[in-house]
Design a protein around this ligand. Structure first.
Ligand SMILES: Cc1cc2nc3c(=O)[nH]c(=O)nc-3n(C[C@H](O)[C@H](O)[C@H](O)COP(=O)(O)O)c2cc1C
Length: 373
């Protein structure tokens, strides 16, 4: 029977357990996207904490696809040294790291006076301003930028890449009829709305070749009237599976989805945990590649049950690893008490102002056991 501490492999990437640190923006890079030593130290700590797979923060493939302060960029060769230091820090601790690639599209933060690029120039619950509709040239250039980013990630020692297809960013904007009103080959039918995603996937695959993991994080549903629904997600997942994607991480919601956002709060009871599991189960039953589930996982027993019942192949967590980067080690060593994260999302704020995220509750309570590592 499958279990959490099985060693597995995804397209040659060997993982020491089935626990994944889901992509988490840390706000620890310089203004131009250059990684810092602080970020390398965080990844080192996570690897030392024995999480199976670390997925990096969402990393912009072009400057016009950047959203947040301190976000990492893979648009240039200039950061080669720092990027190699990140992957080396993880490998020195026996860990594995994949880079999450993103273009934020209509959710990007362009310089004053400039408009974001997006599938269509429409108002939407997602955007603060009407974006500029992407031309065919823009589409081709961004597809190329994903390929170039993936190639750099591979060159710099990352063990895989993950496309960010979830949470309302550019790939999701093409999938969603709310943000994609195009009348050309990229809009209208579901097949057309998937075209950009598949072009990105193919370009990335061409750039890194077979035998190097290319994964995706996608929404099983946007939980928004008129947005991506479960049937759309299953179709897209099956198309990617048919083309050879190596793993699909299933999330749900966007920042505009209210209580059903990707980062739900107040996960106090077991019934509130694993809130994207039904979506992941549906996708898992439709594809042959491994499936990861993310969103509100807190209890070891539930995580184990999901793996044992084969509802998903991997369980991904984000906020619990901010409070307890050593959570996997703790669980592996037999202390299987629930993750101590209280799902308040207070970790975002210091990322915006103070040079990087941390658990504000842990800091207040002074309970950090980081020195133990
Ligand atoms: C501070 C913070 C930053 C995040 N950054 C990203 C990101 O860069 N890419 C991404 O796909 N999801 C991001 N997320 C969402 C998480 O990966 C995850 O999907 C969500 O938090 C639910 O998992 P959790 O309940 O285990 O935190 C972020 C979440 C938090 C709290």
């Amino acid at each position: 029977m499958s279990d959490i501490f099985d060693t597995t492999s995804i397209s040659g990437m060997k993982l020491r357990n089935r626990l994944v640190r889901s992509a988490t923006w840390e706000g620890m890079c310089e203004a131009d996207g250059r990684p810092t030593k602080k970020l390398a130290n965080l990844y080192r700590t996570l690897a030392r904490g024995r999480v199976g797979l670390i997925i990096s923060s969402y990393t912009f493939v072009r400057p016009d696809g950047k959203q947040m302060r301190g976000q990492m960029g893979i648009h240039t060769d200039d950061f080669a040294q720092e990027m190699k230091a990140l992957s080396a820090a993880v490998h020195e601790e026996g860990g594995v790291i994949a880079m999450q690639l993103v273009h934020a599209g209509g959710l990007a933060s362009p310089p004053a006076g400039e408009k974001c690029l997006a599938p269509s120039a429409v108002e939407s619950v997602h955007y603060s301003a009407v974006p500029r509709e992407m031309s065919q040239g823009d589409i081709d250039a961004i597809v190329d930028a994903f390929g170039a980013g993936a190639q750099r990630a591979k060159e710099y020692g990352f063990d895989g890449v993950q496309l960010h297809g979830a949470h309302g960013y550019l790939i999701n904007q093409f999938l969603s009829p709310l943000t994609n009103r195009r009348s050309d080959g990229y809009g209208g039918t579901l097949e057309n709305r998937c075209r950009f995603l598949l072009e990105v996937y193919r370009r990335v695959r061409d750039a890194v070749g077979t035998g190097f993991p290319v994964m995706i994080k996608m929404n099983g549903s946007d939980f928004l009237p008129g947005g991506v629904v479960s049937d759309d997600a299953v179709y897209a997942a099956m198309a990617l599976d048919g083309e050879g994607i190596d793993a699909i991480e299933v999330s749900g919601g966007t920042a505009a989805s209210g209580d059903q956002s990707p980062v739900r709060q107040k996960i106090d009871r077991r019934e509130q945990e694993a809130y994207n599991l039904p979506l992941a189960v549906r996708i898992k039953s439709s594809v042959s590649c491994p499936v990861m589930v993310v969103g509100g996982l807190r209890s070891f027993d539930l995580a184990r049950e999901i793996i044992q019942k084969q509802e998903a192949d991997y369980v991904s967590l984000a906020r619990p690893f901010i409070r307890e980067p050593w959570l996997a080690k703790r669980w592996e060593e037999g202390d299987t008490a629930r993750a101590r994260c209280i799902s308040c999302s207070g970790c975002f704020k210091p990322g915006l102002k103070e040079g990087g995220i941390y658990c504000v509750v842990d800091k207040l309570e002074g309970e950090s056991k980081g020195e133990a590592l």
